[in-house]
Design a protein around this ligand. Structure first.
Ligand SMILES: Cc1cc2nc3c(=O)[nH]c(=O)nc-3n(C[C@H](O)[C@H](O)[C@H](O)COP(=O)(O)OP(=O)(O)OC[C@H]3O[C@@H](n4cnc5c(N)ncnc54)[C@H](O)[C@@H]3O)c2cc1C
Length: 305
């Protein structure tokens, strides 16, 4: 597959923005992506927080990012990334279409939310099932919603949702939340939060939009319907980094550790977007990371010469 100055792994908002910045700096760039360019926003119905566009479909925004990268003659390879290894200063990316040698690499392979796997979950994504309160809370003003999970993220996001929804159930399979005591205390003082403990969601139901969840008590086996307009899943997120093995330093949870220029623990390898250890995972932060990682890669390559 030859040699490249910069290989970008993943064509989500981070990878595509990195490609735009790197091509405008006249780098020789290849973007490797196993699916359609755009990343997670392709499965997002609406985006309302990308600055400059009050409202866009996820697919529409994804396609405009791809067209923007193509406008600067970015080259794409459709292939699955299988590995990344070092050979001296060179980086070798192993893909289902062969090996590519790179002087610098940006890892922008994103992350995915763990799914519950219950009936209705996939069908209602974007129609009441959400994985992001910041993205979707506004669609549930004065509605009743459910949050699934019991860790810090679940409880904090449930508290956030009470600013919009009139009632928020927090459904958790254990008899108490795993969240830190401070977070639990904040939740306990919020009258809109209704804990549903010892319980799991067995099904999500509705016609075109979510109308109810079926909740089973794990101790009694009894199943109860809860009328809700939305279900927010916070049962974990995982970075897409299996192909890296032990190559790069990680933080807790497996996220890639970076410095403020988005350099990883290996010189010449940068990380951008949801895959890295970052406090906010959004399109706008992924795009900003992509820009910074591309410019850091550019300066790294300049310094090598
Ligand atoms: C349902 C949903 C709704 C959301 N709503 C919003 C919203 O309204 N506003 C907002 O700002 N954010 C929203 N987000 C979050 C936003 O989509 C992400 O923060 C953003 O897409 C992260 O961009 P990224 O480029 O870092 O990663 P991703 O978008 O995850 O892109 C990574 C890319 O890498 C590719 N890849 C991964 N592994 C491999 C491999 N081994 N080989 C080849 N390719 C690989 C993937 O196919 C993917 O295309 C939402 C997310 C979801 C899931």
């Amino acid at each position: 597959m030859g040699k490249r100055e910069l290989v970008i792994l993943g064509a989500g908002p981070a990878g595509l923005t990195a490609a735009i910045y790197a091509r405008r700096s006249d780098l020789d760039v290849l973007v490797v992506e196993k699916g359609l360019a755009g990343g997670q926003i392709r499965i997002t119905a609406e985006i309302e927080n990308w600055p400059g566009l009050v409202n866009s479909t996820g697919v529409g925004l994804a396609d405009s990012f791809r067209r923007h990268a193509e406008h600067f003659n970015t080259e794409f390879l459709t292939a699955e990334i299988k590995g990344l290894r070092l050979e001296g200063d060179r980086k070798v990316v192993t893909t289902s279409a062969g090996d590519i040698e790179a002087e610098a690499v940006i890892v922008a392979t994103g992350a995915s939310f763990r799914r519950l796997g219950c009936p209705g979950e996939d069908r209602f994504i974007g129609c009441g099932v959400s994985f992001c309160a910041v993205c979707d809370a506004e669609f549930f003003v004065d509605e009743i919603v459910a949050v699934v999970g019991g860790g810090n993220t679940a409880v904090e996001e449930a508290i956030y949702l009470t600013r919009f929804a009139k009632k928020v159930y927090i459904i958790h399979r254990r008899d108490e939340f795993r969240a830190d005591p401070l977070v639990r205390r904040r939740a306990a003082g919020n009258e809109k939060l209704v804990p549903v403990l010892d319980s799991v969601v067995t099904s999500i139901e509705g016609e075109d939009l979510v109308e109810r969840v079926l909740v089973q008590n794990v101790k009694t086996g009894a199943t109860t319907p809860l009328e809700v307009a939305g279900v927010f899943m916070f049962v974990g997120t995982q970075p897409h980094t299996d192909f890296l093995g032990g190559l790069l330093e990680r933080s807790e949870g497996g996220w890639l550790a970076t410095d403020r220029r988005l350099a990883t623990s290996v010189p010449g390898i940068f990380a951008a977007g949801d895959v890295r250890d970052t406090p906010l995972r959004q399109v706008v932060t992924a795009a900003a990371d992509g820009a910074l990682a591309a410019m850091s890669a550019y300066h790294y390559l300049e310094n090598q010469r």
